[in-house]
Design a protein around this ligand. Sequence first.
Ligand code: BGC
Length: 749
Amino acid sequence: MILSLRRLACASSLAALMLSVPCLAAEPVVHAQGPWTDTSLAPEARADAAVAAMTQPEKLRLVFGFFSTEATWMDNEVKRFQLPKEALPFAAGYVPGVPRLGIPAQWETDAGIGVASQVTETPRLRTALPSGLAIAATWDPATAQAGGAMIGNEARLSGFNVQLAGGMNLIREPRNGRNFEYSGEDPLLAGVITGNAIKGIQSNHIISTMKHFAFNAQETNRNAIDVKISDQAARQSDLLAFQIALEIGKPGSVMCAYNRINGAYSCENDWLLNQVLKQDWNFKGYVMSDWGGTHSTIPAANNGLDQQSGWAFDKSPYFHAALGEAVNNGHVSRSRLDDMARRVLWAMFANGVVDTPVAGDQSVSIDQAAHAQTTQAAAEKSLVLLKNDGLLPLSAKARRIVMIGGHADFGVLSGGGSSQVFTAGSQRFDEPLGKAMFYPSSPLKALASRTQAIVSYHDGKDAAAAAKAARNADIVIVFATQWTAEGMDTPDLHLPGGQNDLIRTVAKANRKTVVVLQTGGPVVMPWLNQVGAVISAWYPGTSGGEAIARVLVGEVNPSGRLPVTFPAGVDQLPRPVIDGDPKLDKADDPHPHTDYDIEGAAVGYKWFDKKGLTPLFPFGYGLSYTRFATSGLTAAADGKGVKVSVTVTNTGKSTGATVTQVYVSPPEGAGWESPKRLGTFARTELRPGESKSLSMTIDPRLLAIFNSATKTWTVKPGAYRVTTQDSATEATATSTVMLDQQTLDVRGQ
Ligand code: BGC
């Protein structure tokens, strides 16, 4: 949540009495002694011991969170409170600790791209990674982990010990304004990338969330919309992505989403929280609500919510005095309150939050130079070359290069909302969909320092004037932007504000036009046949301008692959019109519906495959300045999964990286949601002429269907086709493997 601010007085006595949300004073953490301080004990035992030593009010403190920013809309009798002194300003959340027992507070910050600030004149200035979708476009777990480690380090040095990261709702809706925060449309890719990002964050002895659990795939009516989806389709799609990320990243916390699922709000959904997450997946950490996602005391507590976040966003402080009363009168059992507190404590002990406490603001010791390199390296791997008629890399012979639009003279675009990272020197410019923040990493300057050519800039506001400037250039580079943000969906898949006309007009004047896209997700390109090259740069982060320039000149060979299908138009989507109505008033508690059973688990390329649709660019697509070949593909049964061996060779003239994508198709009648699934993948760097042998395994869940009645995964017997592919639509080699019938438990074992 992002809101405007105003400092408030402490709750007046009447309001304070009415709500009994007290003004907490800062209390020093003491060096308490007890079994929970014994680092040789398992986190479970330490959490048990700490819970046993706690009073009921102390347990209640752990499950009730404040918004750590004082906002004007809280200045009324219900919401009025004073932030505890030790809370950090302009941050997302704060949960007091239990100083008597040496349990520190939880200082929470957004999000997955870096350490964010709420809107203020004096934000924290931190490093921004490329968007989550860009990280997914690297198809590189190591890049995701390094990025996570970087933002976790900045969080710790900023005084935060809970990072509200791990955004990974599968892209079911390419117009979703938050797609840039997520990891694409495929459960394996999204799970692996997000899981590794979480692992990196938590390597700093802080907690990361994964969010928004689950099916929060659109922003339109996000607080109310009721998603219909069957258990089987859910387990084979979004839930599988979360399950994989949980196994890899082991997040201490899961943030439940705003929307309803099959009737019940995510944050009081027994099926989602108690059955799937806690029972089936054995999640030991705690479920925190999204800000404004708690709707009750008793149903929420009994159906699996462990902590109310940023309570002022909700109608009431449900997990404060009301929860104490519900425990005292038996509507919520004492053991359930213990379980809630134990889960919070388990996550703190398991991640080192108690043993390696954060020490306030130490941001002067952030290694800015090293972090600039980390974000730049990630951006360089994330850029996807979508088209190249030979314009790229730019010829050293070019004498006049004209750059047009997108504030390329100043910097690169970022996405808006609670994940917004502020960086030194960033500026907001009016974009068609809102006031967008640009980071001061100028592609113009970065390119000018790498070429003998004269590089000039035209702002592109007047298409005819831009075309005139472009006419005699050796190369024209149009920077096209689509700002997206939390709280909104894009009206369609077109670049907004006349940019399609600008590109057409410029390309007509000079066909040697390269388009660099900075978008939240997929867009359509009605001018594609008229231009010579297209690069998707997503939102490339604080060093994005350098990364773009290095790819343009060929210092870096593009190696990103699309983590999401680029449709040819909205008519190809399961829902050509987004369900719900942006005008519905949240206060009236509307109940709009959307039906995810239309596509079920056939999300993204699986839907396109199933329906025989041809996208503009398929999932997995991306070109390079060199060429690669695959040879010697074999597939063999291996335990319950499949082992795949293949050799990749760089057959071109420059060093580069390729992503080997292995897809699987089932035997007839296997009951899959779609003709094929991504089974495994690997990114490999190769010098010219170099070969590498890869050995990869396919998780048996990706060969199976989920049986909701028995809670098992079943691999049907028969011949499975295994293909290596350059994208979801281009096979390079095929092999067949015979599999016996297999049954796996709910965790895929
Ligand atoms: C967002 C979350 C975020 C929270 C705290 C909510 O609006 O949906 O992703 O972590 O605010 O800022």
